[in-house]
Design a protein around this ligand. Structure first.
Ligand code: NAG
Ligand code: NAG
Ligand code: NAG
Length: 437
């Protein structure tokens, strides 16, 4: 286990086991008038726990290829009475469990119910260790009072996840951006009080603690490889020359990844490649310009809409435009007859098999379109909407097949707190022995 100290190597499984034991934004960007819309339990089996522990040991994020599958046919030499016996060790099964949750909009109680129901946290709201990755697709802020507590909780979870080899992927939604810009149309007066005052809130969401968290731990787009061979979250597609993940990202597994953005990746959006860094670099640069405004323009309303800062580039303006990743609704609003012929080109460009997004609420259920290539997970979790308490679950397994090769499986489910879970996708593929080298 290169890069893992012996202590971490020995302690990790115990830590995981002991932790486990305790066991919309219906507005358009300014310009177009805003149009307002109407406005149980996951049990953990011991075997899934054990396989998680194994996977965490065998395949931590960023693991080098050698630690994963480089030693595909390990032979162990065992001394017995009078002969040497060669035992073929089974090649390890790889599993990864991902949970994604959409728009939360200021509702700590409902967010807590969802994360617990999906197995991300335990009953105390602490990282359970039962999922490998938790993705939140933005719009934690606005339409509710619990902004401060929600963002503080997310940072605690990030820390706890990190401690046991888990990962949190956090995205900015159009509402986080609205607040960074000074567009406070969906800020409740009672929520402003939780920050102390208008000026304290304005500082927090720009140059202060919340702005700092957005700038350091949130991005606008994410690419989540399903297998560690493809690299950690946000490994670019197409692969960069010289990257240790270049080979896997150019091979048969190359599109075994999901994309996540708040609104959607429009086919005509120009900055899809390399994905996601082209988008995220533009995003960082725009956020930096917003945070650097001095003085910060007074919030709208009652003041005039401040707009994007002087010096905003065309690319930055387009990021925040109606066909940019924060606001686009085409995948949710247009007919399948139109969108399904365009989805493959976006998946192809972004090195992914499916794309996940929030932003356009369906209050009944998570929406799977085009055979599950498009997954829309905003179900109006917040009491501001009163929709379904939902989470998306993705389970990926790569199992060795007797005699060589691998069987790969993606199982995508909608999990609900108050209605029956729904199987959205089961996709199985056979991979040859040489496909994973
Ligand atoms: C679990 O959460 C509680 C309450 O938020 C906190 O006091 C405690 O430190 C957490 N435990 C761990 C192990 O982080
Ligand atoms: C971002 O996350 C890291 C890792 O959990 C944490 O140490 C850091 O304090 C966070 N950044 C901010 C600004 O809170
Ligand atoms: C994004 O920014 C990083 C860091 O500045 C840089 O290394 C990388 O080349 C940039 N990528 C793109 C696509 O602009």
């Amino acid at each position: 286990m290169p890069r893992l100290s012996t202590v971490a190597f020995v302690a990790l499984p115990f830590l995981v086991l002991s932790l486990a034991y305790f066991t919309q934004s219906y507005v358009s960007p300014l310009g177009p008038a805003p149009h307002l819309g109407s406005g149980p339990g996951y049990s953990i089996s011991l075997s899934s726990l054990v396989s998680f522990v194994q996977a965490a040991i065998q395949a931590p994020f960023g693991a080098s290829q050698e630690t994963l599958l480089g030693a595909q046919h390990p032979k162990e030499q065992v001394d017995s009475e009078d002969s040497e016996v060669i035992i073929d060790e089974p090649r390890p099964r790889f599993t990864r469990r991902i949970v994604a949750v959409g728009d939360i909009h200021g509702d700590l109680i409902n967010a807590g119910r969802v994360l617990q129901m999906a197995g991300v946290v335990d009953e105390d709201g602490n990282w359970s260790g039962n999922v490998d990755v938790f993705v939140q697709t933005g719009d934690i802020i606005d339409r509710g009072d619990d902004t401060v507590e929600l963002f503080e909780w997310m940072e605690e979870l990030r820390e706890q996840a990190h401690g046991v080899g888990g990962v949190m992927v956090s995205l900015l939604g159009n509402h986080e951006w609205m607040n960074a810009i000074g567009d406070w149309r969906y800020v409740y007066p009672s929520e402003i009080e939780t920050f102390g005052s208008i000026s304290a809130r304005q500082k927090a969401v720009t140059t202060g603690w919340l702005g700092n968290i957005w700038a350091s731990n949130y991005t606008t787009a994410a690419r989540l490889p399903l297998h560690s061979l493809l690299g950690p979250p946000n490994t670019d597609y197409p692969p960069e020359d010289g990257s240790v993940y270049a080979r896997a990202n150019a091979g048969p597994l190359s599109h075994a990844a999901f994309s996540f953005v708040h609104g959607g990746l429009a086919p005509m959006y120009p900055n899809l490649q390399p994905f996601p860094s082209a988008i995220n670099n533009i995003s960082s640069s725009l956020l930096h310009k917003l945070r650097a405004r001095s003085p910060q323009p007074p919030p709208h309303p009652p003041h005039a809409y401040p707009g994007l800062p002087a010096g905003t580039t065309r690319e930055e303006a387009r990021l925040y435009g109606s066909d940019g990743p924060l606001w686009y609704r085409g995948w949710a609003d247009e007919d399948e007859s139109k969108i399904c012929s365009r989805v493959d080109q976006v998946l192809q460009k972004t090195g992914t098999r499916r794309m996940v997004m929030g932003h356009t609420p369906n209050l009944q259920n998570i929406v799977a379109r085009c055979g599950g290539k498009v997954l829309i997970i905003d179900t109006g979790i917040s009491h501001a909407y009163g929709g379904a308490l939902s989470a998306l679950s993705i389970e990926y397994t790569l199992e060795p097949v007797k005699g060589g090769g691998w069987k790969e499986q993606e199982v995508v489910k909608a999990l609900y707190a108050e209605q029956e879970d729904e199987l959205l996708v089961t996709a199985t593929r056979e991979l040859g022995e040489g496909d994973l080298w």
